[in-house]
Design a protein around this ligand. Structure first.
Ligand SMILES: Nc1ncnc2c1ncn2[C@@H]1O[C@H](COP(=O)(O)OP(=O)(O)OP(=O)(O)O)[C@@H](O)[C@H]1O
Ligand SMILES: [Mg+2]
Length: 191
């Protein structure tokens, strides 16, 4: 089912962030939201996630989905291990062996038991991505998912994420048109 946004408006303290934003996101397609910094990309994702209320406008179709988010800031449990963070939202019991393979693919070998607080920024970003991909969600909402990764790591991670979201519904944010092109996502600009 499509997700239809109609005339979504949001202000913060008199400042207009979203001004009658309308768009129809089709199922099984991916979309890359682009706009300059401070133009409401994160706000739009938060409205889709249901953690921020729009001032006005309507959203149809979102209830059909379970959301798998990657927040702009990772929102991991810093004192829990990598495995605990991922297993917290994963379907049934994610076998440790499968998780271990995933961590290897994401260039995080041997990090299963490490507390998240001991990881670098780029490592945390990858844990946040794995957590979303292992969750039971069927609507991926990713806010600048590849931020903070060096070029080589980013290339590896983007290949995996591209495969993982193939044929799924995904709405994600980026500042880099080449990322959108690589992922085969339709660019949606917020005016
Ligand atoms: N909770 C809040 N209270 C007040 N103002 C807010 C709040 N959240 C966001 N804003 C303001 O709304 C505007 C849009 O913020 P938002 O985070 O959606 O931008 P963005 O497009 O995601 O930017 P960036 O590319 O820097 O992440 C900004 O001016 C920001 O200061
Ligand atoms: Mg943002």
């Amino acid at each position: 089912m499509a997700i239809v946004l109609k005339d979504i408006c949001k202000q913060y303290g008199g400042q207009t962030v979203l001004d009658h934003f309308s768009f129809e996101f089709q199922e099984h397609k991916s979309y890359c939201i682009m706009a300059p910094s401070g133009q409401g990309k994160t706000t739009l994702l938060h409205i889709l996630m249901g953690i921020v209320n729009a001032d006005s406008g309507t959203i149809f179709g979102i209830d059909q989905y379970r959301i798998a988010p990657v927040f702009q800031e990772n929102r991991l449990c810093e004192n829990l291990s990598v495995a605990a963070n991922i297993k917290m939202v994963s379907s049934e019991k994610l076998p440790s062996q499968k998780l271990s393979v995933l961590l290897d693919q994401f260039l995080l070998p041997g990090s299963m038991k490490k507390p998240v607080r001991t990881l670098s920024g780029g490592m945390k970003r990858r844990v946040a991505l794995i957590r979303a991909l292992c969750s039971e969600g069927n609507l991926f909402l990713f806010d600048e998912p590849f931020k903070g990764l060096d070029l080589s790591t980013k290339e590896t991670v983007m290949h995996i994420v591209k495969q993982a979201i193939e044929g799924k519904t995904a709405i994600w944010v980026s500042h880099d048109p080449s990322e959108a092109e690589f992922m085969g996502s339709e660019i949606v600009k917020i005016d």
